[in-house]
Design a protein around this ligand. Sequence first.
Ligand code: ATR
Length: 287
Amino acid sequence: MEINGRTRTCGLIGNPVEHTLSPVIHNTLAERFGHNLVYVPFPVEAGRIGEAVAGASALQILGLNVTVPYKGEVIPCLREVDSLAASIGAVNTLVPVQGGFKGYNTDMEGLYRAMMTEGIRIAEEEIILLGAGGASRAVAYLCAVKGANRVFLLNRTLEKAQNVADEVNRAAKRQVIFPMALADFGSLPDRKFLAIQGTSVGLAPHVDDVVIDDKRFYKKVHTGFDLIYSPWETRFMKLVKENGGHAYNGLKMLLYQGIIAYELWNGVKVSEGDADAVYEKLKEHFV
Ligand code: ATR
């Protein structure tokens, strides 16, 4: 693509940003659509997120993604915040509006779309969610919003699981999240579940770590979805498969959070063919 006087800029603000795969997603889509735009990483120093957002608005940046550690800190710097992002308390995508940006959380919609394309349902499902940190809290909201029947939120520290459950149940106006201590998985109902792994346990380079290492747990899992995509196959995924379940990593979540951001910035709909092409490009980084 030729960079010229009409080229628009998108990018990622965070710290660190050097290892991001988002440029692969957006620059591949721009090429396929013939859009004259580039996507670049912008490292932002601690304490300067407000300046970064104001500067991006002044420069008429077409759109931004936001990553660690600014997904929460960016919120007071925005003109508007989408309702799901506001309840989760985390924004990963900024879309220009009059005088600034509106914040969205495409991580969760991305997870949802990734699950849909794999044929994994949330509505009316019985779900186990591992962890009660920021990522799992957002997944708990997603499951509540998308109509899960029950979500058993298993965490090492029960109190944290209780706090997340109270908050999400209150927002959902129904009992949907049921907190449990990890060690008590034996008292889960006697049936099979979709299990979503929402902690950073098992992330490279600690690839042999796993939150639960007990066959009896994995016998209760028909489908395991790990939010981690590096390593390609986590120990959680291996254990799910060894015990007869299907297992998925988080790369499609990464793919679709990017696709949804691209759609918001450019007012287009990305086809399944284009999504597949981008996915193949992303996969090249894991062989
Ligand atoms: P975030 O989702 O906010 O990025 P994280 O650091 O990735 O947070 O993960 C935090 C979650 O992983 C918590 O649920 C934490 O359990 P505690 O609340 O008990 O601390 C869980 N976690 C981290 N290390 C763990 C381990 N070795 N075994 C079990 N759970 C662990």
